[in-house]
Design a protein around this ligand. Structure first.
Ligand SMILES: Nc1nc2c(ncn2[C@@H]2O[C@H](COP(=O)(O)OP(=O)(O)OP(=O)(O)O)[C@@H](O)[C@H]2O)c(=O)[nH]1
Ligand SMILES: [Mg+2]
Length: 442
């Protein structure tokens, strides 16, 4: 997620920090690079222009030039403006407080509506709410079946009607939900290749008949500016309440995520980062900005951990991370947990400073088995204090785990990088970002 941008910002900021005293010229040079980075990330042209203007206005002032750490000041300004661009604060979905609350999902073909239906239903269940999935896609032969499978896998009831049109299905579904005390009704509508009048008319009619509490556009982040255009058109016709960006896991550029709010005025409410039920997050502009600027997102990481693991373990992890008491044993433990949480890159990307720290160090999923074997071959003392692992210990561990000494070195290097990162992390203050908030060295 945002891989390209993170790399570029890292380079730009590195230069800024190295510049010592800043002049208006090197600020302008950096901003030109920021501008190029945003455009290359497929951020909307106008949005980029406005963004640079806003940053420039705050940055090219005496205050910044005279501050003790001008480089840091600029990063702070970029961070601040990015948060503004992304929407300032999180806008969660309408609360499930009626019988039924209605979420209606719209979007182009393959954008991820059906997958999202399942995720939202599961989340409702987690909150002890009773969800109902409504199959309003009667055009694609396998669509109803697909939603049925989704429903079955999470044990959620499906409402479908044969031989009826989608507005009628939704009206009947609402009656059914009212009668049977469902808390949430999720309408999975049909996707189309392009926006056409027929589709819009149908969606408008469903909207008019059931009056949904959320009218969400599900947009594929990987389609970049197309997603932004689609959002604009949907919003013009349907007055959507929010956007859910999907496939952010495969979106290295981030153009849609960054532009959509500014172009449409519609908030991004949730983001989907994978196909698994747990790959759904509330969109937090501040956290997303931090992630984009390579500052990680420890808050989301801890939340994700809490969702996936038992709370006690998560609390312990958080404490350890903050106390900087992370050992190889914890590392091992975390690997076990990580395996449950989804693709490693998405998890690891949330750790502050990780973009650079772990760059080039392989943590592919198959490599985990090796890492496990290596740690298992260590003595408890070695796991607690890897500094004592000298040449002969390395050879013993290598033999014991069926690896080469090189592999042991690689793991230790990886662990040291991780520890350093965590050490930096503990310096972070989440509430008052300004000073010392950045996990990288200034
Ligand atoms: N990597 C990734 N894949 C996703 C995500 N969300 C959905 N998908 C995949 O995208 C494909 C299409 O998802 P669907 O949920 O069927 O999309 P849809 O909008 O219902 O499609 P139609 O019903 O044909 O309009 C599936 O293979 C999903 O597994 C995501 O956040 N990340
Ligand atoms: Mg579908």
């Amino acid at each position: 997620m945002f891989g390209d941008l993170i790399d570029k910002f890292d380079g730009i900021f590195r230069k800024l920090r190295g510049a010592g005293k800043l002049t208006e010229k090197n600020i302008r040079d950096s901003l030109r690079e920021v501008r190029r980075a945003l455009l290359e990330a497929d951020v909307n042209y106008k949005v980029t222009k406005e963004f640079i203007k806003a940053v420039e206005k705050s940055a090219v002032g005496e205050k910044v030039l005279k501050s003790i750490e001008p480089g840091q000041q600029i990063i702070k300004i970029v961070h601040h403006e990015l948060i503004k661009l992304l929407g300032e604060k999180a806008e969660p979905l309408a609360p499930i407080d009626k019988s039924p609350t209605i979420y209606m999902l719209n979007g182009l073909q393959g954008s991820g509506k059906t997958t999202l239906s399942g995720k939202l239903a599961l989340e409702a269940k987690r909150k002890n709410k009773k969800p109902l999935l409504v199959a309003a896609d009667i055009y694609r032969p396998a669509a109803v079946k697909q939603l049925k499978v989704v429903g079955k896998s999470i044990d959620v009831e499906l409402f479908s009607l044969e031989g009826k049109n989608p507005p009628k299905i939704c009206t009947e579904a609402k009656k059914y939900a009212e009668k049977n005390f469902f808390d949430l009704m999720i309408i999975d509508t049909a996707g189309r290749l392009h926006i056409d009048d027929e589709l819009m008319n149908e969606l408008e009619e469903i909207k008019a008949r059931v009056n949904p509490d959320e009218l969400l556009l599900v947009a594929d982040a990987m389609t970049g500016q197309d997603a932004v255009n689609v959002a604009e058109q949907f919003h013009n016709r349907l007055n959507i309440t929010g956007v859910v960006l999907t496939k952010l896991d495969g979106d290295a550029r981030g153009g849609a995520a960054i532009s959509i709010r500014a172009v449409t005025g519609c908030p991004i409410k949730m983001v989907s980062t994978g196909e698994k039920p747990s790959d759904l997050e509330v969109f937090h502009p501040d956290r997303m900005a931090s992630r984009i600027l390579g500052m990680g997102d420890i808050v989301s990481l801890v939340e994700k951990t809490e969702q996936t693991l038992d709370l006690e373990k998560a609390a312990k992890l958080e404490e350890k991370l903050r106390k900087n008491a992370f050992t190889l044993e914890d590392f091992y433990d975390q690997l076990q947990q990580l395996k449950k949480m989804g693709p490693l890159e998405s998890i690891i990307g949330m750790i502050p400073g990780v973009g650079k720290a772990l760059k080039g160090i392989q943590i592919d999923e198959t490599g985990i088995v090796r890492v496990e074997a290596i740690i298992q071959s260590m003595t408890p003392k070695e796991r607690q204090n890897p500094d004592i692992i000298d040449g002969s210990r390395k050879r013993r561990i290598a033999d014991g785990s069926g690896n080469s000494v090189q592999h042991i070195n690689q793991l230790l290097k990886q662990f040291v990088a991780m520890r350093k990162m965590i050490k930096n992390m503990s310096k972070m203050k989440f509430k008052n970002l300004p000073r010392g908030a950045f996990p990288f060295q200034m």
